[in-house]
Design a protein around this ligand. Structure first.
Ligand SMILES: *[C@@H]1O[C@H](CO)[C@@H](O)[C@H](O)[C@H]1NC(C)=O
Length: 579
């Protein structure tokens, strides 16, 4: 299968992590492994702990002790441990003991706490996730009951496992200093569902393919058509008028020009290609934006092609791999832009460009990790993973960025602007409040945000609640729509700015594009308070930390879209000889 090929590829890349994905085929009677993963409060999806951190016990078999995780799984907090429960392919098992556990007062307190907080646990059989609830409180909320019997119903099709259902039975009231006996049973059933369709039961077409979803895509699409039409109409008309006025030059005497017929954007032709403030940061942001856009596009396309979401952590590993590999793009875009702006400190730019995004991600991850170690969560990132991430940064990202930068400086590092830049910057005239860059920047984010916020709801829900996002075709559409809307809106915003004789368009176009991410973050705050029931410091920090990262990445990407579009537009309108 292609997936295994891909997996092998990753194994070669991340030699520190080993992959032991089997081929999902079993002989009659051969061992089927039940992996215990994590346990945690239902409402806090990311606050997970190792299953055996609660006073549960293992079965008697001990051959396999720990599963070797891939880098992606490791970062996502997957901690598979062997349950010690014996299951054999196509062999029914009557009710059998797993183990007994004495309820010491501490164990009793821990379990009661877990049951009060609606703890759920997750297991895997043959890579299929299974969820179960630890227990229930009685009506009065005073005494805790725990489910002690696990009934597995497993459906098979020839030599493959298709479906697993878990039923929790035998509710027992827990009391200190008693003995709890855990049991299980296994029932095998034949089915005709093909292996390729076994993941379908986890997907929720009723949620994702809802009319609202289709409608929102349609709506955004209409908006794009309208916006593109509007932008091209306004600009064509205005520009034609401007050009026509300018084209009359030959007929009119020069007097008229000297008397100030030039107005608006043409006035600033001597400043418009002046490099922006903070060129190193600017070039690095644009380079990173190119890289993030590349990674997102490739991730969406590979997921559409290979259904990456069916394998634990695979999408995440793919994203890390693609990010590292696309550092060349970052170096090329950032380095050549910096060279075109006649920047001299190119090594500094190279370092800033290579590590800007990784450094931000690592610092947020570090803070969240700190809290998660304090909580003892399975989300805390092991030292070996930190080492391998550092190794990827130093030995893959840095050299590839350097290669990209050198290529970029040599291939397209020549400044090739259509107008000369005056030696002395022109003063920027006073303007109305709504023409101030900050106002324009904030206003530009509204339309792009409007085109994506329904998709944001679906993405947030699948990440923070128990849904698997699988409609990557929708995502691709929305991604394209977002890019087009952002470009249109920033072009209009820049045109207004230039007409107000404010020539600082580079940062403004970047920030106008990026500002939709600010609204996404505001929406995330709303979502946290009104759509989820998360609580506790760990989950809250995790939510706001990673949402900030998400918004930031989105912002850098959209800002880059805005800059790319505007830059082409500005070159176009100034490329008719003006001076
Ligand atoms: C699991 O439950 C679903 C829904 O109740 C049912 O359609 C399916 O056949 C069950 N699978 C097995 C193996 O019992």
């Amino acid at each position: 299968m292609n997936i295994s090929g891909l997996c092998l590829f990753f194994c070669l890349i991340f030699t520190i992590v080993s992959c032991d994905e089997h081929d999902h085929r079993y002989e009659d009677g051969s061992e089927v492994v039940l992996w215990m993963n994590t346990v945690g409060p239902y409402h806090n999806r990311q606050e997970t702990y190792n299953y055996f951190s609660l006073p549960f016990c293992r079965g008697t078999k001990t051959e396999i002790s720990h599963y070797h995780e891939t880098l992606g799984e490791n970062i996502l907090g997957v901690e598979l441990e062997y349950s010690g429960v014996e299951i054999n392919f196509k062999r029914d098992k009557p009710r059998t003991d797993i183990c007994e556990k004495t309820m010491t007062p501490e164990a009793y307190d821990e379990l009661t706490y877990a049951i009060k907080n609606h703890y759920w646990y997750q297991m895997f059989i043959d890579d299929l996730p299974i969820w179960g609830i630890v227990g229930e409180m009685d009506e009065s909320g005073k005494s805790a009951f725990i489910w002690t019997h696990k009934k597995f119903e497993i459906a098979y099709n020839e030599d493959r496992i298709i479906d697993v259902n878990l039923t929790s039975e035998a509710k027992v009231n827990i009391k200190p200093n008693t003995v709890l006996k855990f049991t299980y049973e296994v029932i095998w059933k034949p089915t005709s569902i093909p292996f390729a369709k076994r993941f379908d039961k986890y997907l929720d077409p009723g949620f994702f393919q809802h009319k609202i979803h289709w409608f929102s895509i349609f709506n955004s699409f209409m908006m794009v058509l309208f916006l593109v039409g509007l932008v091209s109409m306004i600009l064509l008309r205005t520009l034609r008028k401007d050009y026509a006025r300018y084209g009359k030059d030959d007929d009119l005497d020069d007097m008229e020009r000297d008397l100030g017929d030039e107005y608006g954007w043409k006035q600033v032709h001597g400043d418009v290609f002046r490099p922006p403030a903070h060129p190193i940061l600017f070039a690095s942001l644009i380079g990173s934006g190119y890289q993030i856009a590349t990674v997102s596009t490739l991730c969406i396309l590979t997921t559409i092609a290979f259904d990456l979401y069916t394998e634990r952590g695979l999408l995440f590993s793919t994203a890390i791999f693609l990010y590292a590999a696309s550092s060349v793009v970052n170096g090329y875009a950032g380095g050549s832009l910096y060279a075109r702006m006649k920047g001299q400190l190119w090594i500094k730019q190279l370092l800033v460009g290579a590590f800007l995004v990784p450094a931000i991600i690592c610092s947020v991850a570090f803070l969240v990790n700190f809290i998660s170690i304090y909580y003892g969560s399975s989300r805390s990132i092991p030292f070996t993973v930190m080492l391998s991430v550092t190794a990827i940064c130093l030995f893959i990202i840095l050299p590839l960025t350097a290669v990209g930068t050198v290529l970029g400086r040599n291939i397209s590092g020549e400044p090739n602007v259509p107008c000369r830049t005056n030696a002395v910057p022109r003063p920027i005239p006073e303007k109305k409040w709504f023409m101030e860059p900050n106002v324009i920047i904030l206003a530009s984010g509204i339309l792009p945000f409007g085109s994506i916020f329904i998709e944001m709801y679906f993405i947030f829900t699948s990440f923070w609640a128990y849904k698997i996002y699988y409609v990557y075709g929708f995502m691709l559409l929305v991604f394209l729509i977002l890019a087009v809307v952002t470009v249109c809106v920033t072009i209009v915003a820049t045109y207004f700015m230039l007409n107000a004789e404010d020539y600082r368009w580079q940062w403004t176009s970047f920030l106008s594009g990026a500002s939709s991410a600010f609204y996404v973050y505001l929406y995330a705050v709303y979502y946290f308070f009104f759509k989820t029931k998360m609580y506790g410091m760990f989950q809250t920090a995790f939510y706001f930390g990673y949402m900030a990262l998400f918004s930031l990445g989105l912002g850098i990407m959209c800002g880059t879209f805005g800059y790319i579009g505007t830059q082409a537009f500005v070159r176009k309108i100034y490329s008719i000889k003006i001076d």
